[in-house]
Design a protein around this ligand. Structure first.
Ligand code: ATP
Ligand code: MG
Length: 122
């Protein structure tokens, strides 16, 4: 299992979420965050003007997925979040030790496996 963590523009959330839905990810968490990349926030366009602040608002999207889905989830996020401008965001991939569904007590990768098979391969 891996956790895919993406920092994206708020206005790209819907297209990222649509792409993830299409893959059948079993859940996701979205958090409002502040951050900067290598431009340190200063040189980025924000709402039509140059933002003169060191941190810009972004959304953090996290989803824990089974190993075979990792590459497709990363591709889906990159595709959904892309505009081509600086500040499009970053994706980080982490190992996950365990996953538990509280209601049933189920544990393991089965609990995050996608339920509807994707239309191509696997
Ligand atoms: N190394 C990092 N560690 C943690 N968070 C990061 C890191 N780099 C970027 N971020 C987060 O991602 C957000 C978007 O980063 P951003 O897209 O500006 O990255 P970048 O590397 O500067 O790429 P670009 O040159 O395309 O702007 C930042 O506001 C910050 O929240
Ligand atoms: Mg940047």
């Amino acid at each position: 299992m891996k956790k895919i963590e993406a920092i994206i523009r708020a206005e790209r959330l819907q297209s990222v979420q649509d792409a993830l839905d299409e893959l059948g990810v079993s859940g996701l968490t979205v958090t409002e965050v502040m951050g900067c990349g290598r431009q340190k926030g200063y040189t980025e366009q924000y709402r039509g003007s140059r933002a003169n602040i060191s941190l810009l608002p972004k959304l953090k999207v996290e989803s824990v997925v089974s190993d075979p889905l990792v590459d497709r989830v990363v591709d889906a996020i990159v595709g959904g979040a892309y505009t081509g401008e600086t500040g499009d965001g970053r994706v980080f991939v982490y190992d996950v030790e365990q996953a538990i569904r509280i209601r049933t007590g189920e544990r393991g990768e089965e609990t995050v496996r996608h339920e509807t098979p994707v239309g191509w391969g696997y």
